[in-house]
Design a protein around this ligand. Structure first.
Ligand code: LAG
Ligand code: CA
Length: 464
């Protein structure tokens, strides 16, 4: 099926990271919720064959298994089969939702040896069957010869040639390795995958990124090149801007500014739009948290409740960057804990299989994208795409309201008491549903009057 041709540019949409969700559950969510609400993309967890690591007694298989590719085979990961994956891509496309694959290109595995989720026997520098047809593998010569873990993060050569967390570092400068990576990525594009979040790009030399990502096919159906964003945690040694010619960049500076501002209730100045980390709005992918930060450096996460969802609503209301909304599962302080699982291995080398998320009956899945403050905001973003931001009202440092041209108005209250809002707006007079909460709000004579709840928002837009 062909996706609708009238859709907006992917950079203008809203992506949800359905962290660790099974392919079947993602497909169902595209149909039930994401398509109808106007979310335009889903970032899925890495789809290739992964290591199986039983982390502690009782069979906890940590989520991070996925970041250790054993091969590029798609069959029988803990999230489903290759057929399930194809069904997901097709179903989501039918609903106007692109699938973004988290592409691990920098490295393979860490431990000495094992059996992968699809049954492939591997050792750290021997990955004998990359595509399941016995034709291509990686051997010792396909890895960077450093063979040691990165210890000096101020040394650019080490950061790119040595082993991130002790993970076997691919020789991404070699033609053969580039061909295999392009084969993997173009295979996914051929299935209809429309974009990539590229894992650990900072650890791949810029010329290698150029060589690999300039060989990608156009996405069938959607038209044009895939939408690519690179995970770069920019610093003085390797700045974000090294990679801006090759796709968008995950903006961790913006993440820290936004999350701290909301955590501290100091949000009014966020209406300004500096180039956080040196990245322009067009260059940046933005987020309140991601699957790493929520575990290792939490500033504001699902565990913080309303304030977190308020920050996410703001992320979608503000024009800077392309937003990714995090949606994973409750891990109760154990950062290695795997996703909710079936608890049965069923003879599958993948170990425990992941349980299908169901936001009507979530059992551990946080379903953050369905929070009342967030669910309607993809529609707000679409309605206001391309418009600037004009601040309208502020009350201290914790309450602020702005227009998005004549198509949207939003007010945010990061305090623990209600805000009786009375503000000018460019929004045409009328009665609007609140995209960030219950009820409707009237605009009359160019004024909007509303009660903005404690740690809540009012967001109104045209075209609803
Ligand atoms: C990423 N971006 O650059 C991912 O967002 C991040 O989640 C990945 O780390 C990392 N890079 C490598 O792809 C995750 C976990 C690590 C885990 C790693 C590989 O955060 O904790 O490392 O995936 O599975 C694990 C152990 C390490 C060990 C390593 C190799 O935790 O102690 O050294 O495996 O055996
Ligand atoms: Ca590398």
């Amino acid at each position: 099926a062909q996706p609708p041709q009238t859709q907006q540019a992917p950079e203008d949409g809203t992506i949800v990271h359905l962290f660790q969700w099974t392919w079947d559950a993602v497909a169902q969510e595209c149909t039930d919720f994401l398509g109808p609400e106007g979310f335009t993309g889903v970032q899925v967890s890495p789809p290739q064959e992964h290591v199986v690591v039983e982390y502690d007694e009782g069979g906890n298989y940590p989520w991070w298994q996925d970041y250790q590719p054993v091969s590029y085979q798609l069959d029988n990961t803990r999230r489903g089969t290759a057929d399930d994956f194809q069904d997901m891509v097709d179903t989501c496309a039918d609903n106007g939702v692109r699938i973004y694959v988290d592409a691990v290109v920098n490295h393979m595995t860490g431990p000495d040896s094992g059996t992968g989720s699809n049954g492939t026997e591997w050792s750290k520098y021997e990955h004998p069957d990359l595509f399941g047809d016995g034709e291509y593998g990686y051997g010792q010569n396909d890895f960077e010869p450093c063979f040691e873990e990165i210890t000096d993060w101020d040394d650019r050569g080490q950061v790119q040639d040595c082993e991130l967390l002790g993970l076997a570092d691919l020789d991404t400068g070699a033609d053969y390795v580039q061909e295999r990576l392009v084969q993997y990525l173009n295979g996914l594009i051929g299935m209809g995958v429309a974009g990539f979040r590229v894992d650990a790009t900072k650890h791949v030399q810029v010329e290698h990124v150029d060589a690999i990502f300039s060989q990608l096919d156009d996405v069938p159906g959607w038209g044009g090149q895939p939408h690519v964003y690179h995970e770069v945690i920019g610093d003085d040694t390797i700045p974000y801007t090294d990679y801006t010619d090759h796709g968008q960049i995950t903006n961790f500076d913006h993440h820290r500014d936004l999350s701290h501002s909301f955590a501290d209730g100091d949000i009014a100045d966020l209406t300004e739009m500096p180039d956080h980390g040196g990245l322009t709005s067009d260059e940046a992918v933005v987020f309140v948290d991601n699957h790493d930060s929520q575990r290792y450096e939490p500033i504001l996460t699902y565990a913080d409740g309303d304030r977190y969802y308020l920050a996410t609503a703001f992320l979608l209301a503000h024009p800077y960057g392309t937003p990714v909304v995090m949606s994973g599962y409750d891990f109760e302080g154990n950062d290695a804990e795997g996703p909710p699982s079936t608890g049965e291995e069923e003879g599958n080398p993948a170990g425990w299989l992941t349980e299908d998320a169901d936001c009507d009956n979530p059992s551990g899945w946080t379903c953050d994208h369905r929070d009342e403050a967030v669910a309607g905001m993809a529609g707000f973003r679409t309605a206001t795409a391309g418009n600037g931001l004009e601040e309208r009202t502020r009350d201290g440092e914790s309450r602020v309201a702005f227009d998005r041209g004549e198509d949207g108005f939003a007010a945010f209250n990061a305090t623990d008491s209600e805000w009786e809002l009375d503000s000018e707006t460019s929004l045409p007079d009328g009665e609007y549903p609140n995209a960030a909460g219950p009820g409707t709000v009237a605009v009359s004579g160019g004024q909007v009057q509303a009660t903005v709840p404690a740690d809540g928002a009012v967001a109104l837009h045209t075209g609803g």
